[in-house]
Design a protein around this ligand. Structure first.
Ligand code: 5GP
Ligand code: MN
Length: 346
């Protein structure tokens, strides 16, 4: 049985808003990942089936390996269609903010959300949500926003209204935010929910394949190059660094999402509990942190690069050179030395 997580008062507030309004926009974070797209489309299909006028708006494009999800072709990319996206946000009666905790995480969309007149509902699982929504459904102990969407729909008494498309999107988000149920995934409730989603006819093996057996040849070769040439191990700190410059990414014709998952790879090595991936983007440097056990990658991200995220998966942005970004990382390692040395792999 599903144990109640979301407070009943929050469920009533959402029900009230859904009774009143039907022009709805769903917004998720920049560089959307599987959970961002999965939760958005999971909610989109449900709300559409109820007869609402629903649009999903994302700050920028998302990887090809998510473009098979039903409804993904309908998603409005703010970067490509700024005027249309702004109009949708300004005219929305209700705005769902999914899988992010602060307006900064939707980059250029942030000010438009804050200025929008529509009522705002946050559904998210990142710690410390900012106060920018009318209803805040924030449960950091839940491993994906997609799971929260499943719970929200069920708690409104609408499991029957959840269709195959919605279930497929929700499963995709739950799967990708747990590394295909290899971390953050010990709650028996997750497997109860999967059982319920299977009843909707989802093909979980096909979904896995769509996401993880879908690499381009270039991406796979870049992976080999990165592990062979661009990974540094710090055995005294149980840590690893991988880094890629713009030039190296161009060599492998990198496309959006091609480096997704790279940050996790060093954790496959015996003894490594902390992995950092520093990647040059067009006008900034993107840094991803992954850890195992209790090591707080979000604290490391916040202290070194003004970033944030979850305990075991965090991120940040850096404005400077690759050398400087690496230098900051290497100087911070000794500061976290005790935590790094005393943590065990799960
Ligand atoms: P990823 O490395 O997959 O981009 O991000 C992992 C997690 O770190 C995300 O789920 C998000 O919680 C967090 N994160 C990523 N980038 C940033 C950032 O620039 N700032 C903050 N505060 N969190 C981030
Ligand atoms: Mn998420």
């Amino acid at each position: 049985m599903l144990v109640n997580i979301i407070a009943s008062s929050k469920i009533s507030q959402v029900e009230e808003l859904l009774d009143k309004y039907e022009k709805i926009v769903i917004i998720t974070h920049v560089s959307p990942d599987g959970d961002a797209i999965g939760s958005s489309l999971g909610l989109y299909h449900y709300l559409t089936a109820l007869g609402n006028e629903v649009n999903v708006v994302v700050p920028n494009s998302f990887p090809d390996f998510l473009k098979w999800i039903p409804g993904s072709k309908e998603i409005v990319d703010f970067e490509r269609y700024p005027d249309f996206a702004q109009k949708l946000i300004a005219e929305a009666e209700l705005i769902f903010c999914l899988d992010f905790n602060v307006p900064k995480r939707v980059s250029q969309i942030g000010p438009y959300i804050e200025a929008a007149k529509g009522k705002k509902i946050l559904v998210d699982h990142h710690p410390d949500p900012a106060d920018f929504c009318d209803v805040v459904i924030s449960y950091p102990e839940i491993s994906s926003t997609s799971e929260l969407i499943f719970r929200l729909i069920c708690r409104m008494g609408d499991f029957e209204m959840m269709n195959f498309e919605s279930a497929t999107a929700i499963y995709t988000g739950m799967m990708t935010d747990t590394g295909a149920f290899t971390y953050n995934s010990n709650s028996p409730q997750i497997y109860y929910i999967i059982g319920e989603l299977l009843k909707k006819g989802i093909d979980k093996d096909q979904i896995y394949s769509n996401v993880y057996h879908n690499y381009s040849e270039d991406r796979y070769r870049m992976l080999g190059f990165t592990l062979c040439e661009k990974m540094k191990i710090y055995p005294e700190y149980n840590s690893a660094l991988i880094w890629l410059t713009n030039e190296e990414q161009r060599r492998f014709k990198v496309k959006k999402g091609d480096t997704e998952g790279f940050a996790n790879l060093p954790l496959n090595i015996k003894g490594i509990i902390f992995s950092v991936f520093i990647r040059e983007d067009n006008d900034f440097i993107k840094i991803s942190f992954r850890s195992q056990g209790d090591f707080p990658s979000n604290r490391f991200a916040a202290q070194c690069y003004n970033g944030g995220g979850h305990l075991n998966a965090a991120g940040g942005e850096f404005f400077g050179t690759m050398e400087e970004a690496i230098d900051i990382f290497e100087k911070a390692l000794p500061e976290f030395g005790d935590l790094l040395k005393n943590n065990k792999k799960k």
